[in-house]
Design a protein around this ligand. Structure first.
Ligand code: TYD
Ligand code: MG
Length: 452
């Protein structure tokens, strides 16, 4: 007699399936990520109908770029790559309470006002609660169709009848399919629900936005496999205690990844921030040691951020290295290069590094500004307040030119900065009225800035 199908154990981070529970996933190395799943019900054994095959040449008349519907919210449209692509599936992830529902209700209202038929389906809040929120955000006049439902079968039936251009599902963790034998929010439910919704989006030409809460490890719960299914993955992030929120494209089949949109959480919902540099630098303290302004590029636009460092004698055997907003591996590398190439040791010193305003910087071009902030803190010498810095530091201590030098300088100049420290051989076309100080390596930088 056939045995009933056994339960499987699936990693909520990478989706790998294991035969038994283990503390650590062999596939991705994650600890405590394995969750038990009920067996999937056996599907039909018969072969499906023949899939449709179309010669690519027959599609030649289609436009190369997908048509897009802009929402009118400039910051959102930029992150989407110009607007909403029909029949696409978008995942918006973020910490609970960061403002995802607020953002998507505003976005749905904005799309609805341009004439698109939009549905907002909440599995977390009652209709009255969503309505109250809409009233608070001043959106009651927007023709968004509201649904409060968690049974995916009912939702798909409604969507099929209504055929909106955009459907927001808030959130994917609350959705459940009666064919899957586990609780809502479990890996198998989330995966199955996401699969159904993405398939529906493609078949019926409805753009679907899935809202997903991330776990404390920073993964969209239930799990990365959802990221693989969708066309676009956006993260809505921000530091608690800061009102800034950043919508970041980490994957986009229809536009550039790494693009960001900047918002500010106000009492009236999310307000767009069209000039993020001015915002991030707005509450800069008086010139103090340990502060350096980095001229960065986020997606297609230059963004200036302040990098702050604090260096203090350590009482610990292993000194502290605390980093917010920058990869900690990058800090270790820069400290090692400073020590090995410039003979400036940080041993015995606690180092704290922070990007002001809750921004996260991932460009290697930030290296020089990080080194400058560290040196400035260590030597107790302030960097000139009208100076921006950028450049990648190689392990040899050489400074490497980075992309978009001109754009960085232009933005800095626009914000009133008048000098820039950057790698030699950077292609600057006159420097936009800036005093450009080109330096070949870190030793030259230390010599020029700190007279050592
Ligand atoms: P919400 O969109 O519910 O977050 P999520 O869907 O990501 O869980 O946002 C909740 C937070 O936003 C809550 O702490 C209150 C705050 N908020 C404002 O500050 N102003 C507003 O106008 C709204 C609607 C919410
Ligand atoms: Mg919510």
């Amino acid at each position: 007699m056939a045995k009933p199908p056994a339960h499987t154990f699936t990693c909520s981070a990478c989706g790998a399936v294991h035969k038994k529970w283990v503390g650590r996933c062999d596939a991705c190395g994650g600890w405590n990520t394995i969750a038990e799943e009920a067996p999937l019900s056996a599907g039909p054994k018969a072969l499906g109908a023949k899939g449709r095959a179309i010669p690519l040449t027959d599609l030649a008349t289609q436009e190369a770029a997908p048509p897009r519907a802009p929402s009118g919210m400039e910051e959102l449209d930029r992150v989407l790559g110009g607007g909403l692509v029909p029949a696409s599936a978008i995942l918006v992830g973020g910490d609970p309470g960061i403002g995802k529902s607020t953002l998507l209700l505003q976005a749905a209202a904005s799309f609805a006002r341009t004439g698109l038929k939009c549905m907002y389906i909440s599995g977390e809040e009652a209709a009255a609660q969503v309505q109250m929120r809409a009233a608070r955000l001043g959106l009651t006049d927007a023709p968004v169709i509201l649904g409060t439902e968690t049974n995916l079968r009912d939702i798909l039936t409604t969507l099929d009848a209504e055929r909106p251009a955009l459907a927001v599902i808030d959130s994917i963790q609350t959705m459940w399919l009666d064919t899957v034998d586990s609780a809502p929010g479990s890996v198998s439910q989330v995966r199955a629900a996401a699969h159904e919704l993405v398939t529906f989006a493609k078949r019926r030409g409805v753009a679907v936005v899935l809202v997903g809460h991330v776990t404390k490890e920073g993964q969209i719960a239930g799990p990365r496999v959802v990221e693989h299914m969708v066309d676009t993955v956006l993260y809505f992030e921000g530091e608690r205690g800061h009102q800034f929120r950043i919508l970041r494209a980490v994957k986009n089949r229809f536009g550039p990844a790494d693009e960001i949109g900047v918002f500010e959480m106000t009492g009236m919902g999310l307000a767009q921030v069209t000039n993020p540099s001015a915002l991030f630098l707005s509450d800069r303290d008086a010139p103090a040691p340990g502060s350096a302004v980095f001229a960065g590029i986020e997606g297609t636009r230059p963004v200036l951020t302040e990098i702050q460092a604090l260096v203090a004698p350590s009482t610990l055997g292993t000194p502290r290295r605390t980093v917010v907003g920058i990869d900690s591996g990058r800090l270790s590398t820069i400290l090692a290069v400073l020590e090995a190439r410039c003979a400036i040791p940080f041993a015995g010193l606690d180092v704290f590094l922070n990007v002001a305003g809750g921004m996260r910087v991932s460009e290697p071009a930030a290296d020089l500004a990080v080194a400058a902030a560290l040196l400035s803190a260590r030597e107790d010498v302030a960097i000139p307040p009208d100076m921006v810095l950028f450049g990648e530091i190689s392990l040899s201590g050489a400074l490497r030119p980075v992309t978009q030098t001109e754009n960085r300088l232009k933005e800095a100049s626009k914000l009133g900065f008048s000098q820039a420290a950057l790698p030699a051989r950077s292609k600057t076309g006159g420097g936009e009225g800036m005093r450009v100080r080109e330096m070949a390596d870190l030793t030259a930088f230390v010599g020029e800035m700190f007279g050592a």
